[in-house]
Design a protein around this ligand. Structure first.
Ligand code: NCD
Ligand code: ZN
Ligand code: ZN
Length: 344
């Protein structure tokens, strides 16, 4: 049996780094495993312009510990009034890698998001022209749509019509959670791809309620039925170039998770690669892990592959219940053993 696996260093194509003290606390976990990450712009207030993104990138680089290497790839948060010219300049100058669509009210810090896709059609046309990637939190927000159906309804009402209208637009359907999304992405043209989180490969919706309410298993889009988890596992490990790694690591301080109205988000950065590779092993697909983690993402974004490598060993990791520090962060897999460890 293989005892270690060495692959090109992976990138994380969907990550929340936050700001200030939280940024300092969480950044080293990502920089330890990943070369680059698409950094989400849902700060409060959000990162909506090229200037905001440049300033945020500087704060991230300033928070990076001496001796660590990491390249943040910045995104702009789309609003009803986004200036297409500013986005295009930011993309042209290498400040903005992508722009992010949050339907208003869909998730954490999305209140300033887009209220109607029609409001950004001109911006999307410009992005399609210049080859700028659109990252999508794909859920409708209507209170009358069941929370477990919001992703599937988003495909029909928003995503499919946008892609039909702008087939050249590059779209990453982020953190997909349903078989419907898998089928949609597989059936769409080559400009449509998806990221998949470790939690949606490991847990189904039972985890949120097992033995009581488990706030650390709550994220958005919320985990779905087992049949959807199995579809995601088949897609992630099946060799499609349209599926790639995006952790959606989303730290919230313990008091904000363990509360009467707990925040959505799972903090999976500390053991992200161990978590993903365990899935590939269970699916008998270790030979496909490198493409998912390190090749499909940069190819889709038109960026070079990383040259250095990381090694994972079959020695096992005991994940602690909680990580030290002022925010008392609870990592994904807290208190469990994963069969792999990160060897650097
Ligand atoms: C994310 C966050 O906390 O910023 N939360 C989450 O549950 N995934 C936002 C998001 O990615 O939707
Ligand atoms: Zn999201
Ligand atoms: Zn996210």
């Amino acid at each position: 049996m293989t005892e270690t696996i060495t692959i090109r260093r992976p990138d994380d194509w969907h990550l929340h780094l936050r700001d200030g003290a939280m940024l300092e606390a969480v950044l080293p976990y990502t920089a330890r495993q990943f070369a680059r990450a698409i950094v989400m712009p849902n700060l409060a207030p959000p990162v909506t312009t090229m200037a905001d993104a440049a300033a945020y990138r500087d704060r991230i680089l300033a928070a990076l510990p001496e001796g660590m290497h990491f390249t943040p790839l910045m995104t702009a948060y789309l609003t009803d009034t986004t200036d297409a010219g500013d986005l295009a300049r930011g993309h042209g100058e290498g400040v903005l890698t992508a722009a992010k669509l949050y339907p208003a009210g869909a998730t954490t810090n999305s209140a300033s998001g887009v209220t109607d896709i029609a409001n950004i059609m001109g911006v999307l046309e410009r992005m399609a022209e210049i080859g700028m990637v659109l990252c999508v939190h794909g859920e409708v927000t209507d209170g009358d749509i069941d929370i477990f159906d919001r992703e599937a309804v988003f495909i029909d009402r928003v995503l499919a019509p946008v892609i039909e209208r702008l087939p050249e637009l590059k779209v990453v359907y982020e953190h997909i959670t349903t078989r419907d999304a898998v089928q949609f992405v597989e059936g769409a043209g080559p400009n449509v791809a998806a990221t998949i989180t470790p939690q949606h490969l490991h847990i189904n919706r039972n985890a949120i309620f097992a033995g009581g309410i488990n706030p650390h298993a709550y994220c958005l889009p919320v985990a779905k039925r087992e049949e959807h988890r199995l579809a995601l596992r088949a897609f992630a490990t099946g060799g499609s170039a349209k599926a790639f790694l995006g952790t959606d690591s989303a730290p919230h301080a313990r008091h904000a998770k363990e509360s009467a109205c707990g925040c959505a988000g799972i903090f999976n950065a500390p053991y992200a690669l161990e978590s993903y590779i365990a899935v590939f092993e269970e699916e008998g697909a270790l030979d496909r892990f490198e493409a998912f983690a390190s090749e499909n993402g940069p190819r889709f974004y038109g960026l070079p592959l990383n040259e250095d490598t990381v090694t994972l060993a079959r020695s096992g990791t005991d994940v602690p219940e909680r990580l030290d520090g002022e925010h008392e962060l609870t990592p994904f897999h807290a208190g469990q053993r994963i069969g792999w460890s990160f060897a650097g």
